[in-house]
Design a protein around this ligand. Sequence first.
Ligand code: CP
Length: 366
Amino acid sequence: MDTQVKKPRQSETARRVAALNRNEKAFHVVIAQQFDRAAIEQLCQLADMTRSIGEARPGTQFLRTLLSHRRAMLYFIQPSTRTFLSFSAACQIVGMPYNSVRDTSTSSEVKGESEDDTIRVLSQYFDLIIMRHPAEGFAEHVAEMLNEMPRTIPVINAGSGKDQHPTQALLDIYTLFRCFTESGEMRMERRYMRNAFAGKTIAFVGDLKRGRTVRSLTYLLCRYPGVRLVFVSPPELQIGEDIVEYLDRSGIEFETGEDLRKQIGDCDAVYMTRLQDEHDLHGESKSIDYDRFNLTTDMVKYFKPDLAILHPLPRRREVDQQLDSLPQAKYWAQVRNGMWMRAALIASIFNFDVAVRDHYHAYYAF
Ligand code: CP
């Protein structure tokens, strides 16, 4: 008889999360599945606190002391405006000097150095690598590689191929929290005490198949039972089977469709996305009528008064510019929220979350 006690098999996701976390907390930040509800809300609260502290001069000076002894590398070899600049600003908020690589044609990779060796070299100069890369899974590969180095430093995935953009998802869910709780519930403790998403309908619109922000945010929203998700897209660009399976496993109510006009009146939030035609193999997007998935002025009459319109940006025509002045347009606030969320995330990775909380409670909680 086999008397060996068999350990339950870890799921593949659990194995990946275990390799990325330390002490049950994100060390590397690579996939959205690393964040459970408690972790999401602790980060949102920390972002609120960092924002409150950082909006006046004495608080700014306190925050700048936190990581002045560490250095960050922003390794962005795929185009970016917001993520690059908000991470730069976040580093400045927590006092972390940083350097950047945006063009590998000026690095020794042109002399034949492998990208892995380039990363290993960076890990000797810097204490954090923030990485945007066109290859799916590369940030996770880097995390595994760094775990094997004598000097292990964290990596943050700032966008990996069509796969994931976990820090965008964190700022998106932070924005949704702020939108769903703004009226009469400004006290931070209350904002995160209940499930703000129960009974809410959130629509994702556009290129959902290749939109990494949609994939990562869906993983986070699956932590909130009672939320209802609607995926509105051309059939060719519908959300992937892997996400559908995850939604099913998580017991989240969802539907798919392609009629934005019909769906918009039910929505508490709508998350617009652009066509990701940089991922086309043979120009296949050209035959898709994407204009049907644009939010236009004639739809305003269907909007709920508290509808939140989000967009990770950049936009093309998905949201008519005339909607920018509506109270429902939250995409500029979403950009700013990203800076505070990323500052909070960096503080948390380096275990300065307690210092921020203590400072907040000592000087700003009233
Ligand atoms: N939202 C976002 O990732 O924007 P960038 O591509 O400009 O960084």
